[in-house]
Design a protein. Structure first.
Length: 185
């Protein structure tokens, strides 16, 4: 995720001279890339902001997680198929750590939705109405949010019964099959 700095400055459209108006100016002060890992058992988050979103930064983030893990504990890394996650450098690093188990999942899968839910909270509670005049201000607010969140983390719980989820998947499959058969495939 690369949150943009919100709360940027705008000039009002005020008359300069009779019949002339100024044009609103949108100032963008920078972006940051946030890598975040959600411990689904506790709800705690490990997060770090980087200037770029490359495999080098992702590897640094994985190393940060690895250092904090208790000896001998397995790590199940569930992530989407973003290219940064699948570079030879990342694959080699993970291959040397048999206690790391990688699971790639579609972006819409429920495991990813838990992380996306946390990003939505970050956006709604911290970033949406914030005024960040620099990337450093933005990163400080993100770090502060993670710290506050981790003071009392709670795992996300699904509230929909399994029967409703299965029925929803069944409806989706039936619609998909109908669309496929209607297209002549």
């Amino acid at each position: 995720m690369s949150p943009c700095i919100r709360g940027v400055s705008f000039r009002r459209r005020l008359p300069l001279q009779q019949g002339q108006f100024s044009t609103p100016v949108h100032s963008r002060n920078g972006t940051t890339s946030l890598f975040a890992a959600l411990d689904i058992a506790t709800g705690a988050v490990i997060g770090k902001c980087y200037k770029r979103h490359r495999a080098t930064e992702f590897l640094d983030f994985l190393k940060r997680i690895d250092v904090g893990m208790p000896e001998g504990q397995d790590v199940h890394l569930v992530m989407d198929n973003y290219a940064t996650h699948k570079t030879p450098m990342i694959k080699t690093w993970l291959a040397r750590r048999p206690h790391w188990h990688v699971h790639f999942t579609p972006t819409s899968a429920s495991w990813i939705n838990q992380v996306e839910r946390w990003f939505a909270e970050l956006t709604r509670k911290q970033l949406q109405r914030g005024v960040h005049r620099s990337t450093a201000d933005l990163e400080a607010d993100i770090t502060a949010f993670i710290e506050v969140h981790n003071e009392n983390p709670r795992p996300y719980r699904w509230v929909k019964p399994a029967e409703e989820i299965i029925a929803s998947v069944k409806r989706f499959c039936l619609k998909t099959m109908k669309r496929t058969s209607d297209s002549g495939d």
